[in-house]
Design a protein around this ligand. Structure first.
Ligand code: IMP
Length: 429
């Protein structure tokens, strides 16, 4: 048995969906442990594109168990919609293949409303996905949240009514409309229906994972977002509301650290970010535009254009350290083809001082000017490469440079969006 965690090493959108899909071949169970449907994992299998927001990316493999752990915040409507569209394609026929923790907190309509109202009415914008993630986690930590298992209870309407009554004060205080009368009754009826439809999936996932572990199964923990969106370690406050580093897999899935043997960090061959917040290597010029267009850098969840920039080794070193990563996956190497030379940030200059550690103060990250080292560019079609030797020499040198700078083993290099368009060096399990 082995436990492997796969996390994003940047600001999310590193291509974890494809990586998890590949690693799932050797896994028995795939677990989401944090975040919610702010995530958007795009997978392309046999030319068919699937975008998943909540169901673990391992779902495309028949026979694997997918788990939504207690650390995830679940929008029942989105989950049902995802289940139904997978089933319409002949996938996920057996409901036991998708287990949802009864302890996972529920994202209610009010959470979405608060999230959007804040972005609209308050002066400081985070650029959230508007999916209610932050407000749902706030309620969890404030010990007034509602969990998936509560939805199944007879007293659910009362629980919901009580919850909404207190939220209404907050909404009206912000100038946003409150939820009352027919709208509230409709919400109760709708969530009741959701609960019935999801009943077979809601279970004790801690017990399920413990049984899998004892039976010697391979468990893959699928991270969402990325290291610098981590609520503690990211560019606070321009972060998401959960811990995205590998250690979060333990609390968010309900396993001990001994259940994890390896950690895979996923990085693009360049850097992207959506939403607000500092991004030292961001490109505001035609090159940034080129990366966005060639790399199809538009959010899988909100469709927003992603901000694009050069590779940042200062940030990546921190990401490897924070998650204890021992394996590196590089994605979208093909997008850099035809560009050269390739600047790579090896340090920052903050107020005239050279720093090589990612600053802990977001204000310093905002003022950081990248110190670049140029790497020779490469040309040609990379999609057909299945070994490092089949890459143009400078492309190979680029990914090997990344692994050696970060002190981790290169596990996989993705050279195209589709399953099969990659160089597999270490299957990790
Ligand atoms: P929230 O998670 O919706 O609260 O958004 C907080 C910040 O995290 C915003 O900058 C979002 O754009 C960003 N974010 C959340 N989820 C993802 C993701 O899956 N990929 C990339 N950025 C994300």
């Amino acid at each position: 048995m082995a436990g492997v965690v796969c996390v994003g090493a940047q600001w999310g959108d590193e291509g974890k969906g494809k990586v998890v899909d590949l690693l799932t071949e050797r896994a028995d169970v795939v677990v989401r442990f944090q975040g919610g449907n702010n995530a958007g994992h795009t997978l392309v299998v046999a030319g068919v594109q699937t975008v998943l927001h909540l169901v673990p990316s391992g779902v495309l493999h028949e026979g694997k168990t997918c788990v939504i752990g207690n650390g995830v915040v679940v929008d029942p409507e989105v989950l049902l919609h995802e289940i139904e569209s997978l089933q319409a394609r002949g996938l996920l026929k057996d409901p036991r293949r998708l287990a949802v923790s009864g302890q996972a907190h529920v994202i209610l309509d009010v959470h979405k409303r608060i999230d959007r109202a804040r972005e609209q009415y308050l002066p400081r914008k985070i650029g959230t996905t508007g999916r209610g993630i932050g407000p749902a986690y706030e309620d969890k930590v404030a010990r007034r949240g509602l969990r998936m298992q509560d939805m199944l209870k007879a007293q659910w309407p009362d629980l919901l009514r009580e919850r909404i009554a207190s939220v209404n004060t907050y909404l009206t205080g912000m100038g946003a409309p409150s939820i009352t009368g027919a709208e509230l009754e409709e919400m109760i009826a709708r969530t009741r229906r959701h609960a019935q439809a999801l009943r077979d999936h809601v279970t004790d996932t801690v017990f399920l994972l413990d049984q899998a572990r004892r039976a010697g199964k391979n468990i893959l923990f699928e991270g969402a977002q990325g290291t610098f969106l981590d609520v503690d370690h990211g560019t606070y406050p321009y972060v998401t509301s959960s811990n995205t580093v590998a250690g979060a897999a333990c609390a968010g899935a309900g396993v001990g650290p001994t259940a994890i043997q390896r950690v895979v960090a996923v990085s693009k061959a360049y850097t992207t970010r959506v939403g607000e917040g500092p991004f030292p290597t961001e490109l505001h010029d035609a090159m940034g535009q080129r990366l966005r267009e060639t790399g199809a850098e538009f959010g899988a969840t909100t469709g927003r254009p992603r901000r694009c920039g050069w590779l940042d080794l200062v940030a990546l070193r921190r990401a490897v350290c924070l998650s204890g990563a021992d394996a590196l996956v590089v994605t979208k190497l093909d997008i850099l083809s035809g560009i050269g030379p390739l600047p790579v940030a090896v340090a920052y200059e903050v107020d005239g001082k050279r720093v090589t550690e990612f600053p802990t103060d977001t204000d310093d990250v905002t003022r950081a000017r990248p110190v670049y080292r140029e790497h020779p560019g490469f040309d040609g079609e990379l999609r057909g490469a299945r070994t490092l030797a089949e890459l143009p020499p400078n492309a190979r040198a680029y990914v090997e440079m990344m692994a050696s700078e970060l002190g981790v083993k290169l596990a996989l290099v993705s050279v195209g969006a589709g399953r099969g368009e990659e160089i597999m060096l270490d299957p990790v399990f």
